[in-house]
Design a protein around this ligand. Structure first.
Ligand code: PLP
Length: 396
């Protein structure tokens, strides 16, 4: 089928890359040992610290988010160290598996995939660990597969409440630049992220923000590491350079994307995501469908995972939407495969893009014969135009 018009990329990452960022990347590659590159390096490293809300070093790897998982683990831990992880979704499970393959002793707390990490369960597990075998707690801030956002400040307090010294390692791949995350204030030891979601870039960069405690741990950690080693990276970064060939053109794009976040202001970026997410959920409730994340205070600002009515295949529905409306929706992952689809509402995204997306879903439900109530799109419009709307303040 011929597809006309612009493609709607409504998966929860990679997100739509703004034209400004695409244009910034379409520039001749420069010498990565030149003074011009050093200035670029210092610029993007400073901008990243603003977005991670930290004064600590943030390092950049030419890698996908999984590289940042491995970097966080191999720099801080030794073979056989205990790691506490929570099976709250596909990415949490896969990060735990990465730790296991690296030779760590992983305790994976079972979960329903309908909510985030339970801070009370975390405190109970740590309180039992009186000999401090557990050296790190792994938490996925925003679980992109289920649309559940874990409550990091409560998680920090849970660790502190039992006086446990474990490092707090946080996967913020789908939250950095979209959902408030305060690396320093919330006492996170490593915050890791990727370029392809809230940072509005194509895939290919990933990040570790490193606390002083994590850096100290890296000096005695014994897991083998070479490419991922923090020390040479941090040393070269002091003057804006990298120990290996950096992804120069992605860094051009990163400078532009960080500029866009600065221009809008981080609080406004977070508020925009919250508002659009509330409208997306109003649509799902209007259709009479079920949101995967069952705790309202954990429902994600960047992705809504929608359960399909029983007997209807989510992948068939997504294929129908792509064919008819030229829109990609996110697949259900892992144990949600075929049972759920995901609406991404993050990055360079606004009211009309959301309404186009939700219209595509509503039309698709009807076209594919999925049982639903009409009125989800209207409910989302009401949510956008409601008391939280800033239109009157702008005087239009
Ligand atoms: N963590 C989360 C929360 C993710 O959403 C993803 C990918 O979507 C990853 C980790 C893995 O990142 P990548 O696929 O870039 O390696």
């Amino acid at each position: 089928m011929t597809r006309t018009g612009r493609h709607f990329l409504q998966i929860p990452g990679p997100t739509n890359t703004p034209d400004r960022v695409l244009r910034a990347m379409a520039a001749p590659t420069i010498d990565h040992r030149s003074a011009e590159f050093g200035a670029l390096g210092l610029d993007v490293l400073a901008g990243l610290r603003r977005v991670f809300q930290t004064r600590a070093p943030v390092v950049i790897y030419p890698a996908s988010g999984s590289g940042a998982w491995e970097a966080a683990l191999v720099n801080t831990l030794s073979p056989g160290d205990g790691v506490l992880a929570f099976d709250v979704g596909e990415f949490a499970k896969n990060w735990a598996e990465c730790a296991r393959r690296l030779g760590l002793d992983v305790e994976l707390v079972p979960g329903t995939w309908r909510r985030g990490v339970d801070p009370e369960e975390l405190a109970r597990r740590l309180a039992r660990d009186t000999d401090h075998h557990i050296r790190a707690v792994l938490v996925v801030h925003n679980e992109t597969s289920t649309g559940a956002t874990s409550r990091l400040p409560e998680i920090r307090r849970a660790i502190d409440s039992c006086g446990h010294p474990a490092l707090l390692l946080v996967d913020a791949v789908s939250s950095v630049g979209s959902i408030d995350l305060r690396h320093d204030e919330w006492g996170i030891d490593v915050t890791l992220a990727g370029s392809q979601k809230g940072l509005m870039l194509p895939p290919g960069l990933s990040f570790n923000a490193i606390s002083a405690k994590a850096l100290a741990a890296s000096r005695t950690a014994r897991l083998p590491r070479s490419y991922w080693a923090w020390e040479p990276m941090i040393a070269a970064n002091r003057s804006g350079f990298f120990p290996t060939t950096p992804a120069t053109n992605l860094l051009f794009g990163l400078r532009e994307a960080l500029g866009m976040l600065d221009e809008e202001g981080l609080p406004q970026v977070f508020a925009r995501h919250l508002r659009l997410a509330a409208a997306a959920r109003a649509a799902v409730r209007g259709w009479g469908l079920e949101i995967a994340c069952e705790r309202e205070d954990e429902q994600s600002a960047v992705v809504t995972t929608v359960m399909m009515p029983e007997g209807h295949d989510a992948d068939r529905f997504r294929a129908g939407v792509l064919d008819r409306f030229n829109m990609s929706l996110g697949a259900g992952l892992g144990r949600l495969k075929g049972l759920a689809f995901r609406i991404g509402h993050l990055g360079d995204f606004n009211d009309l893009m959301l309404m186009g997306t939700l219209s595509g879903v509503e039309l698709g439900l009807a076209a594919c014969g999925v049982p639903f109530r009409r009125g989800g799109v209207a409910a989302a419009l009401d949510a956008l135009a409601g008391p939280t709307s800033d239109a009157p303040a702008r005087g239009c």
